[in-house]
Design a protein around this ligand. Sequence first.
Ligand code: DGT
Ligand code: CA
Ligand code: CA
Ligand code: ZN
Length: 597
Amino acid sequence: MSFNDELVSRFEQMAQMLELTGANPFRVNAHARAARVIDDLTTDLESIAGDAKALIAIPGIGKGIAEKIGEYARTGAIGEHLDLLAQVPPGVVRMLEVPGLGPKKVGQLWKDLGVEDIEGLKRVIEDGSILGLARMGAKTVENIRASIAFLETSGTRLHIGIAMPIAEAIVDRMEGIKGVTRVAYAGSLRRGRETIGDIDILVTTSDPDGAREAFVAMEGVTEVLAKGASKSSVRLSLGEREHSRWGSDGGAGGVQVDLRVVPEASWGAALMYFSGSKEHNVRLRERAQKQGLTLNEYGLYPDDGQSEPPQKRGIKAKAGKTEESVYTALGLVWVPPEIREDRGELALAETPRLVEVGDIRAELHAHTTASDGSMSLEELVGEAKRRKFHTIAVTDHSKNSAQAGGLDEARLREQRAQIEALRETTTGIEILCGSEVDILGDGSLDFDDEVLAGLDVVVASAHVALGQEASKATARLIRAIENPFVHIIGHPTGRLVGRRKGLEPAMDEIIACALEHDVALEINAHWMRLDLRDTHVRAAVEAGATIAIDCDDHQTADFDNLRYGVLTGRRGWLTPELCINTWPKAKLHKWLRSRRG
Ligand code: DGT
Ligand code: CA
Ligand code: CA
Ligand code: ZN
């Protein structure tokens, strides 16, 4: 683990343990925020750990946290972290992973009943002693029991590429139910996160009972967890999905789906609340409070200091029907869901124009049967044309990727001849002859410069030695970027979401180097990769570096992954100008030729 990752995990644990020991919420938040901020950083804190001033200059890091970073750098440990570990049994922290068990309930179980782990929790459920706790009814206990079973059979978050089609099918289905007027998915899915804990669906309807009944009777429901006035929850089994190429194992235990029936007048407020993120919501409520207002999932109300919620007292909301109305009433611009992460979005003076799927006009990374793709050259070009792209790049693997049928120089020449012949009979799309050339372990490329110079587009990617240490990875990628014939660095870290960490280069150095040499960094749109990831994209965008969003197509269906790459770009505040795939044909081709002498 990198120095930063070590800190992130310690501060996350400290926030949880502080909360469990009943510490001041301000201290809990300071540690949780520090973990998030450090997780987003692209600079390595180790080099400035001794410089308290430099640390405090980072938004979200205060004096206390800076001292702890210094302490960790000097001693390899944080005293307070060790003290907390001695106080809070690890099994108690793990109980927080049970869906529906927050720090309050876990603290209660631990302190009042002596429960120290999930096994202990199962025992107090079996012997009924859990029912002796305050605010712990039979229904809550039943939910906890089901959640434990769920955790034990799955425990993993779903890839967005698995969750999104399921959510869309549910939205479609709910739209067809009598009385239903609006349906949307919210939560992490709407924010486009790479993994999804559960699916949140909102509806407005003139017949709430009908909507609930239809929801729990959906095909694939294996268990009804709740069927209440405002919220229903089900567990859904995942149908057979073919992802053998990636061997994805996410979601073996199914996925939880929450349905909330909300009043028409609260639609915008509910959509905001349940889209999150929680951290964004906290900021919004702080802001409301400062203006003498109170914000909840029903609307924005005047704060009259009463403890009973305003909507229950018939108080009229100042805003709530649409999201725009709520943001506007708070003096803010509407914020796209993908950037609602408390990463500075409330300071925006206008809604940013982020990249959209419809902006993408070129695919610059695709494979054919010549290497490990399943499309022939003609099929690939035909599919790209069908998607209305002005340019398609053929970038099969190079010889070092032997297991993927990588092309050597002779086969590459053969492919060029085929592409030139196909160009003769093809109209309406430009076909580029390229390569996804391997970046070898030392940063040299799998083809000589003379070969690369003869290609229209060069995507350079690392496929081997992905476990190498950070400093080597940095030097390796920098050497590849410095090659004068490279246009794009493909899936720069080689990580696989939830499966493989990949390279951990100093991303700020990689970005600076890419900017200097006018090389684009790729967001590989496959939902198993999403590499660059959102936070790296944000750093690249802030530096002004260009990004390519490519599907790395191996089969026709891979073109459909574009949306996930675009969501990741949006999460990184990517605008169309910095995304080379949005450029008009002439501009893109001029840029591609600019390093061909
Ligand atoms: P997930 O499901 O883990 O991928 O992430 P989310 O963001 O979908 O979280 P989820 O399903 O627990 O809740 C949906 C949204 O509801 C969340 O993004 C924000 C809101 N929300 C849930 N619990 C809280 C809370 O305790 N406080 C605040 N402010 N908002 C909450
Ligand atoms: Ca969720
Ligand atoms: Ca949820
Ligand atoms: Zn590829």
